[in-house]
Structures are given as C-alpha cells and as structure tokens.
Write a protein that binds this ligand. Structure first.
Ligand code: NDP
Length: 278
C-alpha cells in the first residue's frame, strides 16, 4: 500500500486525510494517509523518518513548514521555486525529494469551478505571506491582467511584487486609487480572519461587482466574507474549494490520476457544518 502523510504543527484539525482517502476510494487506489505533527525545530528528521519506509511515496506540508520543505527538495517545480514554499513532496526512485506548490493552482481551479472569469481580471491580493506567494504566478499564468498586492507591512508586498518580475504585479497602499480601481476579484490571503478581523480594505473596492475570495474557510462565512457582502461584493467564496483543489493537484502528482473534486467538496461542506470546530 502506498503511504502518504501531511506534516504540520498543529495538525489535529487537518482535513487532508479525509480528502485524500475520498480521492483514493473514487480512483481505486490503495493508500494510507496520516497526520504527522512534526516538532517545530525538527521537521527535517520527521520527514527523513517517514521516507525511510519503502512504501512512503509523498507527503503534503502545511504551516509552519512550507519553507523547510522548500529547502529540503533537491528539485523544484516552477511554482514552488517562485513561491519559495513547498506544500507537496514526492520521493524519487533515487531517494531524492521533488517539491511542488499546488496552492495557487488550487485557488485558480476553485475560482474557475465557481465560474469566476479569471482571464483578464484585475485582482487585489490582500496579504503578502506564504499563501500570497503561492498564488501570484498561477494567477498570472491563468491570464489575469493585473495584481495589486496590499499588505499590512508594505515592504513585504513590495518584495513579493518585485520578485514576481512581471509588470502586471504592483505593491499598493490602501490609498493608491489608480491601482485599486475597477477590481474584479479581491482575494484575502491574510490570516486576519483567524482572529476574527478584517484587513484594511480600500473603500469602494467592491463597487465594480467584485468577487470576494477568502482563503480561510469555516463553518460560517468568515468576517471578510460578511464584510464584502455588506459592501456589495457579487459573490463571496471561502477557501474550502481551494483546499480540495490543491489536494487534487497533489494526488495527481503522486498517482497520475485526476480526482473529481465536486463530490468531495460537497461532503466536506456537510462535515464542516456538523462539526464542532471554530
Ligand atoms: P503567513 O503567516 O505567511 O502570512 C500572514 C499574512 O497575513 C501576512 O501578510 C500578514 O501581514 C497578514 N496579517 C496577519 N494578521 C493580520 C491582520 N490582523 N490584519 C492585516 N493583515 C494581517 O500565513 P499564510 O500566508 O501561510 O496563510 C494565510 C491564510 O491563508 C491563513 O488563514 C491560511 O489558513 C490560509 N490558507 C488557505 C489555504 C487553502 O487551501 N484554503 C492554503 C494556504 C493558506 P504582515 O506581513 O504585515 O505580518
């Protein structure tokens, strides 16, 4: 049986085992998939122990280890290189590890599933942390016309915009009216919702009938989604679909098989609604 896992700290609430086990049933793959809480100061040895098992084929990596995984991979796919973060590792036949970042493709596929027009869209990306890093290039590859990055610490937005090396990407402040006009999609990649907060958002940004996307997901609409709804956002989406889509992309890397994500997302929504999680 092929062995997979997700590494994080904390990891108890991860939905990844549920998602991957559903994919495996759907595609008739015999797998095991466990949650591993790696020590914050010893991720590398946890990974080595896991891959010592001959059946261990790959793993997912989540907060706070995506940069450690990036450093451990001897080969990196383009998305991971640009994001400087890895959420999917694969063990090659010679024992070396290849690193991928499927978060961005997960976001783009989730937007497309929701019939959001990504090609030609003007995007306002709130936040400049690891999640924002992972989505900039997949959004550019999907044909967006412009990305304005707005972050609480401007310097981080500026560095991310410069590293993108694409004239469509700029760092902005909350008052930069020219770059935040006519926005089609507002993506919240900040962790502000985790503390029940809404990040600073330029006034009138939803006036263009913009779509609001929060990478966070919860049982109820997040604070950002409720705020956007009040401001007139066309639709509000949370990040559960992104989670399922990034998992599907990882599953395809490991097995060569593309899962059907819609029934899995539907089951997770029901699970989440009945679960006692914040
Ligand atoms: P990081 O810690 O790397 O970055 C956090 C970002 O949020 C930084 O830009 C930080 O700004 C900003 N921020 C934090 N608190 C506030 C606040 N109160 N007001 C304004 N900005 C704030 O986290 P990640 O980028 O890894 O993750 C961000 C979010 O994305 C998390 O909620 C995570 O769960 C979610 N996520 C969802 C995924 C999915 O599949 N749905 C995948 C990956 C992430 P500053 O730079 O100034 O500190």
């Amino acid at each position: 049986m092929k062995k997979f896992a997700v590494f994080g700290n904390p990891i108890a609430h991860s939905l990844s085992p549920v998602i991957h086990n559903m994919f495996a049933v759907e595609l008739n793959e015999a797998i095991s998939y466990e949650k591993i809480c790696a020590p914050v100061d010893n991720f590398e040895s946890s990974i080595s122990t896991f891959f010592n098992s001959e059946n261990a084929k790959g793993c997912n990596v989540t907060v706070p280890f995506k940069e450690n995984a990036f450093r451990m991979a001897s080969e990196l796919e383009k998305g991971a290189k640009l994001a400087k973060a890895v959420n999917t590792l694969v063990r090659n036949d010679d024992g070396s590890l290849s690193g991928f970042n499927t978060d961005g493709v997960g976001l783009v596929n989730d937007l497309l599933n929701a019939t959001v027009s990504v090609e030609g869209a003007r995007v306002l990306l709130l936040g400049a942390g690891g999640a924002a890093r992972g989505v900039v290039h997949p959004l550019l590859d999907a044909g967006v016309s412009h990305i304005s990055i707005l972050n609480r610490s401007f310097d981080k937005a500026d560095i991310l915009a410069q590293e993108a090396e694409d004239s469509r990407v700029v760092a902005v402040t909350v008052n930069d009216s020219s770059n935040i006009a006519d926005i089609d999609i507002v993506i919240n990649s900040t962790s502000a919702s985790l503390s029940g907060l809404v990040p600073a958002i330029p006034e009138g940004v939803f006036d263009n009938n913009a779509v609001a996307y929060d990478m966070l997901y919860a049982k109820e609409p997040t604070r950002f989604m409720s705020f956007a709804a009040k401001q007139g956002a066309k639709i509000q989406l949370d990040g559960l679909g992104m989670l399922v889509e990034q998992a599907a992309a990882a599953f395809k890397i490991w097995t060569g098989k593309q899962p059907d994500t819609a029934p899995v997302l539907q089951k997770l929504r029901i699970m989440l609604a009945n679960e006692n999680r914040p």
